[in-house]
Write a protein that binds this ligand. Structure first.
Ligand SMILES: [Zn+2]
Length: 579
């Protein structure tokens, strides 16, 4: 229909009078042609005032009515397209408040075990199959991404298996799915000149990043910035156009229509830059999610200079569905053994180390106050309780200096949070961006955490319910590709906390409805986009998903298995299961 009309437009192009008459005649027709009514549905709107509805009408990219069947049909008009949903479940597209977007898509183009729990012999079999197929190689090195971090509990076995047969000469690097850890075999260590003399030459504060044997030989385990020793010898080539498209496909397939990408670029000396690839998607008409990006600053540099650099990026890259909204800052590392870089208030058991607070509180306060003044959001990675407390101290200083302004800053991960900090989130208008897929009883929360930290800290692992009750706004987040971005699995874990090793503190289980708000309107707030997305309300973007079951009434086990039937972004279906 629109193509025919376009032809008429072209035909009448020079005859202005006729064109005006024609427009008068056909405009209502065009508008109605874009109006669609989805009725007989069970709808969760994520609008606190009217959480449930039967029908929704959209016109092009926008929602024009939500409510009962009759009233919505009336608003849409008789010419609107009518779609009978036969009682199916609709809700707003999910929003992920911490999702590494194109970096995750890049992982989908490489050898990648996607955080699955593999035994070492299974990992060896996978590695051999990739070598045979010559797939997913990084230059001539086999880098396997997405290694489940519980694998580090089997270092001896890794050392044994990946240094014999073809691996004697084949360099192998295993990249932990947490993005902070890795292990590398002897052939790769040799290439990177990672040996005993190198370790001995390091200043004491840098030795923590390298695992060693009792004799002081490196055992291949490398964390955080220690990885630069390895990465400097890797030639990483990625077809980012494929990675970018895979990013959209993957997220849309899970019903995700918006996310905050915490690292679209960096202003320090690391070389991360994904903005051109979001722009590529925009140009191709393939950006099928609203993206809010953060940039990693150099906290050592002058804050104003960093803010100016960010503003220059905004000017260059901000577009209709892509905006750079602020800064991402690392508060600390990760807690699990053997890394122990998360900043704790009590030393790791049997050591004098309290982990690594990655910012200087004084400099950080100065920086955050300056950013907040310019309406730029500050999003902080904090895992250990000391990193959380210090970050909240920073935001307290921000509010004191600038008043409680409109920018809801956020803290993500929040593995250990002490009760004395629970109320501060709500009071300071700091959002809690939580990856509750991780809050369950398994090796990563028990075996490689519990023996290594003080019981008084361990007691408060992922204390989502307590934070909620104390007034915190919980925002759904995945940290993809650290782990799956599947919101149904995350909601299942949040409400059961059940894993292979049992339930991780049942008092912290989250109500399902709170999780649905967490993954919609609350996460929209974390993207500074709640006026545009996050609930099914008149005037907002027509980002809607249809599910294969009614997730308000099913068991947690059924929740985990939920599938998206279709995903609509700005009124267009961008994913659909063929039935
Ligand atoms: Zn992350």
């Amino acid at each position: 229909m629109n193509q025919q009309l376009l032809f008429i437009f072209v035909f009448f192009d020079k005859k202005q009078k006729h064109l005006q008459l024609l427009l008068l005649f056909i405009l209502p027709f065009i508008c109605n042609a874009q109006v669609k009514v989805f009725y007989n549905a069970r709808i969760f709107t994520a609008d606190l005032n009217h959480p449930y509805a039967e029908a929704i009408a959209i016109n092009g990219k926008k929602i024009i009515a939500v409510g009962r069947n009759a009233e919505v049909k009336k608003v849409a008009g008789s010419a609107a397209e009518q779609i009978d949903c036969n009682g199916k479940f609709l809700m707003p597209g999910f929003i992920d408040s911490h999702n590494h977007g194109i970096n995750g898509g890049r992982g989908l183009t490489k050898a990648n075990t996607s955080d699955q729990l593999f035994k070492v012999n299974e990992l060896v079999a996978y590695a051999k199959s990739m070598l045979q197929k010559k797939e997913g190689l990084t230059g001539d090195v086999l880098v396997i991404y997405g290694i489940n971090i519980s694998t580090w509990a089997q270092l001896d076995e890794l050392i044994l298996q990946f240094n014999k047969d073809e691996f004697t000469t084949q360099p192998v690097v295993l990249r932990g799915s947490d993005g902070h850890t890795s292990w590398t075999n002897n052939a790769m260590m040799k290439r990177a000149k990672l040996d005993k003399p190198f370790i001995q030459s390091l200043p004491p504060e840098d030795k923590i990043y390298y695992g060693t044997t009792q004799e002081g030989e490196p055992n291949g385990f490398v964390s955080e910035k220690g990885f630069r020793t390895i990465s400097s010898k890797l030639v990483v080539e990625t077809d980012f156009s494929i990675a970018a498209e895979k990013t959209m496909e993957y997220n849309n397939g899970l019903g995700i229509t918006a996310f905050l990408d915490p690292t679209v670029s960096t202003l320090n000396n690391t070389r991360i830059d994904y903005m051109d690839w979001y722009r590529y998607l925009i140009k191709k008409g393939k950006l099928t999610a609203h993206i809010a990006g953060c940039v990693v600053p150099d906290l050592e540099a002058d804050p104003q200079q960093q803010i100016n650099s960010l503003k220059a990026l905004q000017k260059k890259y901000n577009a209709e569905n892509f905006s750079i909204i602020g800064f991402k800052i690392f508060g600390d590392g990760v807690i699990e053994h053997p890394t122990h870089t998360a900043a704790l208030s009590i030393p790791y058991t049997g050591t004098s180390s309290k982990g690594v607070l990655m910012f200087d509180p004084k400099k950080m306060k100065r920086f955050a106050i300056a950013a907040d003044k310019e309406n730029l959001l500050v999003h902080v990675h904090a895992i250990g309780d000391r990193a959380v407390t210090e970050t909240l101290n920073v935001f307290e200083a921000v509010r004191k200096a600038n008043g409680n302004n409109k920018i809801p800053h956020s803290i993500t991960h929040l593995q250990i949070v002490l009760p004395s900090d629970f109320e501060r989130f709500g009071k300071l208008n700091v959002l809690a961006s939580c990856q509750l897929l991780w809050a369950f009883g398994d090796v990563t929360t028990i075996d490689i955490v519990q023996p290594y930290i003080d019981p008084s800290l361990y007691k408060w692992q992922y204390p989502a319910r307590s934070m909620l009750q104390a007034g915190a706004t919980i925002c759904g987040a995945s940290d993809w590709s650290v782990s799956s971005a599947n919101p149904f699995e995350a909601i299942y874990r949040a409400e059961t906390r059940l894993g292979p090793l049992g339930v991780l503190d049942s008092t912290q289980c989250m109500p399902r409805l709170e999780m649905l708000y967490a993954y919609t309107i609350n996460a929209a707030k974390a993207m500074l986009a709640e006026k545009k997305i996050g609930s099914l309300v008149q005037g907002k973007s027509a980002d809607i998903i249809m599910l294969d079951r009614d997730i308000l009434t099913i068991s947690p086990e059924a929740m985990k298995e939920t599938r998206v039937l279709w995903t609509m972004f700005e009124g267009k279906k961008v994913y659909e299961v063929l039935q």
